[in-house]
Every structure is written in structure tokens, then in C-alpha cells.
Design a protein around this ligand. Sequence first.
Ligand SMILES: Nc1ncnc2c1ncn2[C@@H]1O[C@H](COP(=O)(O)OP(=O)(O)OP(=O)(O)O)[C@@H](O)[C@H]1O
Ligand code: SF4
Ligand SMILES: [Mg+2]
Length: 337
Amino acid sequence: MAAQNLPGTVGTITNGQPDPNAVLDVQELRVHYETPGGAVIAVNGVSFKVRRGETMGLVGESGCGKTTAAMAVLHMVQPPGRIVGGHIFINGTDIVPLSEAELREFRWRQAALIPQGAMNSLNPVMKVRDQIGDGIETHEGKQPKDVLKRRILDLFGTVGLSSRVYDLYPHELSGGMKQRVCIAMAIALNPPLVIADEPTSALDVVVQRIIAQTLLEVKARLNVSMILIGHDMGLQAQLVDRIAVMYAGNMAEIAPVKSAFAEPMHPYTQLLIASIPSIKHKKPLKVTEGLTHDLRNPPPGCMFQLRCPRAMDVCRQVRPPLRELKPDHQVACHLYA
Ligand SMILES: Nc1ncnc2c1ncn2[C@@H]1O[C@H](COP(=O)(O)OP(=O)(O)OP(=O)(O)O)[C@@H](O)[C@H]1O
Ligand code: SF4
Ligand SMILES: [Mg+2]
């Protein structure tokens, strides 16, 4: 079914052609979950790019559509969800119209996902070596045992796992080690793009930092591009090159990480940055709790209007388009019309 333009939705800076400098070029992506109460519009015309070799952060509060967008990038949105519009160009190929058979060839080779909660979904009755080995053989066919073992041990080296882990079951591993196994599975076929969906959120804070560092090392060693989904703005500040901020299924702002932290332009990004705790400068929490809109029935205008301290009349009528307001800094907000 063709995508329907939603009330108040306006065009963005996209043209239906892939950007040759981007490993991933998502244009006007729309994903709905069909429910008895109506379609949940989880991703509502979102556009962003990941350039070769860069790490892009994707942030936003729970339920804003980060995981749905990530699953869509691999064309893996589960029913009742489905992509209803837009383009997802990976290295120039639009994967939205591909058949399931074509997608099987494509996934994990061209783009791999470390799913949210991945380390808790490792198969408890399968040794680590068999889980990684099966993944490789599913895509590349049966391999000689010694070749497969060498490959798995090389992957262990890349993600900082001891060779001892080869013969262990997931329950014998710490959280950090399990997450390393998930990273190893994602990079097993050497994809140019890796999406890590909250890879550190279930870990304690020290292990979070170590795993984040591992991701950066893997990225540098393999020269992959990466999307890092997360909530921890401090971690994002340290790890990513550019940051994309989503709010209620829409893209609010995309900017190089330095400008996003130094000069956030969208009022929601400003609140996110103002909410980062600081020991040096104690400050009152500037959090606007407020209501979010029902994603089954989005209002005309800006999705942030109910919580925005600067909302104007136009905000209740017209959805603000994402526009480049400074070099490489895109914002969807009527304040800058
Ligand atoms: N199977 C489903 N059926 C109906 N609605 C769904 C389904 N899965 C997700 N949604 C809705 O889609 C929206 C986006 O969810 P998504 O999981 O992508 O958010 P998220 O940003 O990843 O959140 P979190 O930070 O909690 O992981 C939410 O409103 C969610 O309730
Ligand atoms: S468009 Fe209006 S409501 Fe939305 S963030 Fe900007 S000022 Fe606030
Ligand atoms: Mg999620």
C-alpha cells in the first residue's frame, strides 16, 4: 500500500536518490503497527544518513521509535508492524522493495543489528561457538571445522574475548562477555554497517564503558559505520560523531555531536542536554514531563507541542519539516522558520 501523507506532514530534504557518500540513506521512512485500536504510527516520515566510517548516535525517550527504525533498516519489523513508505538505501540499493529471499542475502552481509536485549536472547542450550558458527554457515554454507574455529577465535580476538569462551554456554558468561558474543555475531560477516540497539543498557556502569570502548575499537579495526542507539547522553557525547534526536516517531534534530551539545536548537534536544546531571554545577532539573500524543492519532502540527515551553500557534497546525539550518545541522522546529 502506498504511504499516506499524514495531517500536517510536510516534505523534507530528500529526493528519492541515494547519497553516494552515505552507507545508509533513510528517506521519509514510515512504519506502522496495525492494532485493533488503529495504526500506531511509530516512525512518521523519518530521514537520516550514516556516512562511511562514522558513528551516529540515535537518542530519544522510550517509545519514540528508535528500535522500530533500526529494525526497519534491516527490513525486520515484526508483524503487526510494517514499512508503509519511504526509502532505505544501503550502499545505494533501496531495500524496501526487496523480496524476502533477496533480503536474506543482504542482511548481516550489508548491515547487521545487535538487537535490544540481545545478550538475554542467546540460546541457553547452545555453546557460544555453535551459535556463532551456525550464523556464519547459514550465510556462507558448510565450512571445514578448523577454518570455522579459526574464524570464530579471530572474532573473539577482535571483541576482546578469551579463547576459553569457545566451549562455554551463555549462562557461564558475565553480562559484558555475553554482549561481546553478540558483537562478534554481528560482525561475523564483515558488514559495512552495524546497528547497536542499546548495547550497554543492561550492564553496570563500569562494564558499560568497557563495552562501549570495545565497540569503538571494533569500529576502528574493521572500518565499519555504526549506529549507536541509547539513552545515556554522556556516553553518546564520548562515542558518536553525529547525533540524531527522535521524538514521538519524528526526527527532531541531527547535528555533529559537538554542536548538538554546545548549541542544541530543538527545544526537546535543549531539554535533554539540560537534564544531564553535573556534580560541579548543581542545577534544578529542567524536565518537562507533560503529555505525549497518542501515536495512533497524531495531531496536526508538531508532536512536541504539548511539552514545548515555546509552542506557538503554527506549531498546532503544521508539522515542522527537518531542514538544514546550519552546515550539517538539521532541525525540525518552527522557531527557525
Ligand atoms: N508490536 C507492537 N504493536 C503495537 N505497537 C508497538 C509494537 N512495538 C512497538 N510499538 C509501539 O511503537 C512505538 C515505538 O516503539 P519502539 O520500541 O521502536 O521505541 P524505542 O524508542 O525503541 O523505545 P525504548 O527506548 O523503550 O526501547 C511505541 O509507541 C510502541 O508502543
Ligand atoms: S515546532 Fe513549535 S512546538 Fe515544536 S519544538 Fe518547535 S517551537 Fe516547540
Ligand atoms: Mg528500543
